[in-house]
Write a new protein. Structure first.
Length: 309
């Protein structure tokens, strides 16, 4: 009986998959980074389903990605998504999105050592020398969402982060200036997520736990909402598993208009079968509650914009 039920479920999943002609072109921003790069590589490996267009921030990163993946030159472009849509970068992104089924947003501000040691913690000072979260995680993602809507993109997927329900989360402290500006990466990410949810575009927002560079496909994937898994022992997940779910979210209707958290179980050190089309059903109809946590308002935006000048 169990095998019969599984077969029926698999048949229904195949029926629910979108036609490959509809999803052939997908823009992947942040393709020069770790998670976005994995998404891009996975899509390249499935040419019968995807024709990915990777977006990198610099020509140097573009050349490295082309050399590493063997992608065609036209499959990787350069655009700084944080630039205004009217800029050359904005025009390049708009051109790439023309005729696209999907957009995968894997861009994020990157925390790095900024020099010196914190006198209170004794740890290295950390910040965002390549762009504050306000610019990268809010304005950059907003620009991408606006461009996707203008291009009539059907489905937008965002890789975000767990911890968004806690305004005082440790990650929000990185990069803060003495005057209180800067930092707040999870708050600005949450603002971009809510903007996407309210945009009218079909969306999938994934909040992974701590990302680890270990083999994917060897752990059970556990989903939840509103950081309700944080007290559990494991709070991490391989980047490769996150990248796979991001790809799968464009193949199955079950991922449309879903926002959820994701971690993994222990490493089984052998392949673990995952029925990706069933993953969202593990949380039923639950979705992220954006009333929880703290989303920056207009005054916060004005303060950050003034500080960025």
């Amino acid at each position: 009986m169990r095998r019969f039920v599984v077969r029926i479920a698999l048949s229904l999943a195949l029926l629910s998959e979108r036609c490959s002609a509809m999803i052939s072109k997908v823009v992947v921003t942040g393709a020069g980074g770790q998670t976005g790069g994995l998404v891009f590589r996975k899509m390249l490996a499935k040419p019968d389903l995807f024709n990915p267009i990777g977006v990198t921030r610099s020509e140097e990163s573009r050349k490295a990605l082309l050399e590493d993946t063997g992608a065609k030159p036209e499959q990787v472009i350069v655009a700084d998504v944080a630039d205004d849509p009217s800029s050359p970068s904005g025009a390049a992104l708009a051109a790439a999105l023309a005729g696209c089924f999907g957009l995968v947003i894997a861009t994020s501000a990157k925390v790095k050592p900024t020099g010196g040691t914190n006198s209170e913690t004794g740890r290295p000072n950390m910040g965002f020398p390549d762009g504050q979260p306000y610019k990268v995680d809010w304005l950059g993602q907003k620009h991408q969402i606006d461009s996707a809507k203008a291009a009539s993109v059907s489905h937008v997927v965002i890789c975000s982060s767990m911890g968004g329900t806690d305004p005082d989360h440790m990650l929000n402290q990185f990069g803060k200036n003495p005057d209180g500006t800067g930092g707040n990466i999870l708050r600005w990410k949450r603002k971009a997520e809510k903007y996407l949810v309210d945009s009218g575009l079909a969306y999938t927002v994934i909040h992974p736990g701590g990302l680890i560079n270990e083999p994917g496909g060897q752990r059970e994937i556990v989903v939840g909402v509103d950081d309700d898994m944080l007290p559990e022992q494991n709070k991490t997940i391989p980047r490769e598993d996150v990248a796979e779910v991001m790809c799968q979210s464009l193949l199955h209707n079950a991922y449309e208009n879903r926002s959820f958290d994701m971690v993994s179980g222990p490493d089984q050190e052998k392949p673990v079968q995952t029925f990706f089309f069933m993953l969202p059903s593990k949380i039923g109809a639950k979705n992220t509650d954006y009333e929880k946590g703290c989303i920056p308002g207009e005054e916060d935006e004005k303060t950050e914009a003034a500080a960025a000048v």
